[in-house]
Design a binder for this molecule. Structure first.
Ligand code: IPM
Ligand code: MN
Length: 349
């Protein structure tokens, strides 16, 4: 019996989570796994009423779950940063979800903004470090508000943190067993402390994986290759901020935020799965947002819980629905409502 914590969150989060849960429910009937779930109201509305984001006791409660399924965090009436750091990053850090796993897979050439790229050309995974780097929140102001103001924002990289991420990426690459190629994406030519550590660690760990070809790209060049030659990539490992940036581009080349999913993973603890797009306030409550990203996140969650057959079936159903049915993956242009897309996935399971 799995215990799933559901955090619908803000904006269109609840709408897409509802479809994700619909698909999990159908998969549980079809594949015979059992789960119970509890819904938590963390998010902007709750913050506006109570001034609370997430507290220690909430984290303790969430530790008891098998996994967390999250919709979106971000509210137009709350100053940017409060909910992001107070809820999303707080969850990632407190639960030590040190990997942010973001598959970039094109399901249908029709939805790719790149010319002449087919599904076999865009199929890679970004392993983003999810607990350190510039996200650590370290820094300070000096002489704030004066003409001499200085703002420091520190990228914090530990050998342990970097190594566990790199190890995860090698294992992920080995398990995928596709091109067996792991690319380190960094900025060794400028950020000579952080990326020196990353590079040394990368090549040291690589010695333990003779079957995996290693490669290195600077992050700026990576954005160029994503557009020009995405077929070069298999698994990419990078730090927190670079991973954040390149996976938005990754999402676009796989068809957009409507389809892009990710997992915040603690291989030894509680992991959290989410569509990577935001709360999309302008589409809220209109039944037009694409739930496939959330459904893919639900599939990743089931895979993480070792419900491999269910996860594969969900992915196949998403491929069928997106190739055979949807006119577009964009909100309001799918040719179906949010709920209808959820129903179509269930029908194709
Ligand atoms: C993401 C988001 C978050 C991040 C924000 C909302 C804090 O952009 O999950 O990629 O920067 O990690
Ligand atoms: Mn992001």
């Amino acid at each position: 019996m799995y215990k799933i914590a559901i955090i619908p969150g803000d904006g269109t989060g609840p709408e897409v989570v509802r479809e994700g849960v619909k698909v999990i429910e159908a998969a549980s009937r079809k594949f015979g796994f059992k789960y119970e779930s509890k819904t938590f109201d963390f998010g902007g509305e709750r913050y506006l009423k109570t001034e609370k984001t997430i507290e220690e006791k909430d984290i303790e409660e969430l530790r008891k779950y098998s996994a967390i399924f999250l919709g979106a965090i971000g509210h137009p009436d709350v100053k940017p940063g409060i909910l992001e750091t107070g809820i999303l990053l707080k969850l990632r850090f407190s639960l030590d979800q040190y990997i942010n796993l973001r598959p970039v897979k094109l399901y249908s050439a029709d939805f790719c903004p790149l010319k002449n790229k087919k599904p076999e050309d865009i199929d890679f995974v970004v392993v983003r470090e999810n607990s350190e780097g510039l996200y650590k929140g370290m820094g300070e102001f000096k002489d704030k508000g004066t003409k001499n103001e200085v703002a420091l924002q520190i990228s914090y990289n530990t050998r342990k943190g970097v190594e566990r991420c790199i190890r995860y990426a090698f294992e992920c690459c080995k398990k995928r067993n596709k091109k067996n190629k792991l690319t380190l994406c960094g900025k060794t030519n400028v950020l000579t402390y952080a990326w020196d550590l990353w590079e040394r660690t990368f090549y040291e760990v690589a010695k333990e994986y003779p079957g995996i070809t290693t490669d290195y790209v600077h992050v700026d060049a990576a954005t160029m290759w994503f557009v020009k030659n995405p077929e070069w990539f298999d698994v990419i490992v990078t730090d927190n901020l670079f991973g954040d940036i390149i996976t938005d581009l990754g999402a676009m080349i796989q068809g957009g935020m409507g389809i892009a999913a990710g997992g915040n993973i603690n291989p030894e603890g509680v992991s959290m799965f989410e569509p990577i797009g935001g709360s999309a306030p302008k589409y809220t409550g209109k039944n037009v947002i694409n739930p496939l990203a959330a459904i893919c996140a639900a599939g990743m969650m089931l895979e993480n819980l070792s419900e491999i057959k269910a996860a594969k079936a969900i992915e196949s159903a998403v491929i069928k629905v997106s190739t055979a049915k949807l006119k577009s993956l964009a909100a309001g242009k799918m040719g179906y409502s949010t709920q209808e897309v959820g129903d179509l996935v269930v029908k194709n399971l």
